[in-house]
Design a binder for this molecule. Structure first.
Ligand code: NDP
Ligand code: MG
Length: 407
């Protein structure tokens, strides 16, 4: 089997570092050709040396820029008794997108937030398959991202555990036999809390996720259920299933990662411990023809010999309105999901800065959506006019939502 060349964007983050571990454990299957990072220069330099990557991208370079990065690479190589393989260095806000356009078999986009959009588009435009952890780029880019993938015969391969689960379960039946998608949610650290209790929670409590260990934004989004909302939009775009046939259900143990119900009443679930290495390995093992060669030992299997119980409950829509708001944004389509996401990113930052309460995150998203959808001129590309969705219109909607939240 040919070694697959992988460019890892957001390599210094939670998903990125786990991806590098999967790749390092399977040298006969994968090689890293590019490392992309934000501002964690020391970690990125270390990764570039250890992986033997030929290209390095850093969005926020150190003082001294590229020359300083070269010195740091030389110094780290000497410490590790290794060679510097890096030939190309990109720096600045578009560094990851420029790296994404370099030749590779697959680009893993594990950047966090809307900043990942240009990288997803650049990889797809080059005809390179994208293993997509950065769900925000698909959600805000919507039809634009799907169109770019189709025009360049490139695949969008889900890394998000729920969507990996659905992709795996979908293989059990034909697409026209799917009745609905059932996306599981852990419910986050505040599951079961009253409105009064939610008004008093702290950022620190929001970062203590019961089952998953992830970056700050997605962990906060899991607490508000914004993440589940984003995932419903992501599922709609990836699998082409209407919103009225996508359901979220709370499953606090996070063992079933999602399910597909078929027309005959059969439901196929994907089960594994909560460990991102499985969906990462499954995505990287997906070939250009869409088939997947599973990576042996990617994660420990579910320990079914021990007694355990799994539970399910409906989402508490009254106290966690972010899911319903996401469906509203998704149904409106066009630029509405970009507004939902950008407003949320700003509100999450404000919550962590201590300037707003936890319930004000969802309230702020609702206000931003009302403002955007109430103004027909702002809302572009709503299904009937999908071609209106361009990088410029998406970024303009993103900017205006951030300005709206800033007041
Ligand atoms: P982290 O916050 O841990 O990591 C984010 C990564 O993005 C870091 O490498 C960071 O670089 C990089 N980055 C940030 N801003 C920029 C930028 N402007 N340009 C280039 N790189 C940038 O996030 P996670 O790994 O948790 O999440 C990454 C993505 O994966 C998100 O979209 C998330 O929703 C999704 N996801 C994550 C899961 C998880 O288990 N963590 C599960 C499912 C999906 P640096 O640190 O160098 O600044
Ligand atoms: Mg997920």
């Amino acid at each position: 089997m040919k070694v697959r060349n992988v460019i890892v964007l957001g390599a210094t983050g939670s998903v990125g570092t786990q991806a590098l571990e999967v790749i390092a454990a399977n040298p006969a299957r994968f090689a890293v050709t590019g490392i992309g990072a934000g501002s964690n220069v020391d970690a990125a330099v270390d990764q570039a040396i250890r992986t033997g990557a030929r290209a390095l991208a850093v969005a926020t370079p150190p003082a001294g820029g590229e020359a300083q990065l070269r010195r740091l690479l030389e110094a780290r190589a000497e410490q590790l008794g290794a060679q510097v393989a890096v030939e190309t260095i990109f720096t600045g806000p578009e560094a990851s997108a420029r790296l994404a356009a370099e030749p590779a078999d697959v680009v893993l986009n594990a950047v966090t937030g809307a900043a990942g959009l240009t990288s997803t588009l650049a990889a797809l435009a080059s005809g390179t398959d994208v293993a997509l952890a950065n769900k925000e780029s698909l959600i805000i880019g919507g039809e634009l991202v799907l169109r770019t993938a189709e025009e360049n015969a490139a695949q969008l391969i889900p890394v998000d555990s729920e969507h990996s689960a659905i992709a795996q379960a979908l293989r059990a039946g034909r697409r026209d036999e799917v009745a609905r998608l059932i996306i599981t949610a852990s419910g986050g650290p505040f599951r079961g809390m009253s409105a009064d209790e939610l008004a008093a929670v702290t950022p620190e409590q929001a970062l203590a996720h019961p089952t998953w260990n992830m970056g700050t934004v997605i962990t906060t989004n899991s607490a508000t259920l914004v993440n589940k909302g984003l995932e419903v939009i992501e599922a709609h775009l990836l699998f082409g299933i209407d919103y009225d046939r996508i359901t979220a259900v709370v499953h606090p143990q996070s063992r079933i990662h999602s399910m597909v119900e078929f027309v005959d009443g059969s439901t196929i679930a994907q089960v594994s411990p909560p460990d991102m290495k499985l969906p990462i390995a499954y995505a990287l093992g997906t070939e250009p023809d869409g088939t997947t060669t599973r990576i042996a030992g990617a994660t420990a299997p579910e320990p079914f010999d021990a007694a355990s119980s799994w539970t399910f409950e409906p989402v508490d829509d009254a106290n966690f309105p972010a899911l319903r708001l996401a469906v509203r944004a998704g149904r409106a389509g066009g630029t509405a999901p970009a507004v939902y996401n950008a407003a949320n990113e700003e509100l999450v930052a404000a919550f962590h800065a201590g300037t707003i309460t936890f319930p004000q995150i969802a309230e702020g998203i609702a206000a931003a959506l009302d403002d955007h959808l109430g103004n027909g001129e702002n809302h572009l590309g709503n299904g009937t006019d999908a071609a209106a969705l361009t990088l410029e219109t998406v970024l303009a909607a993103d900017r205006s939502a951030r300005a709206f939240i800033a007041g």
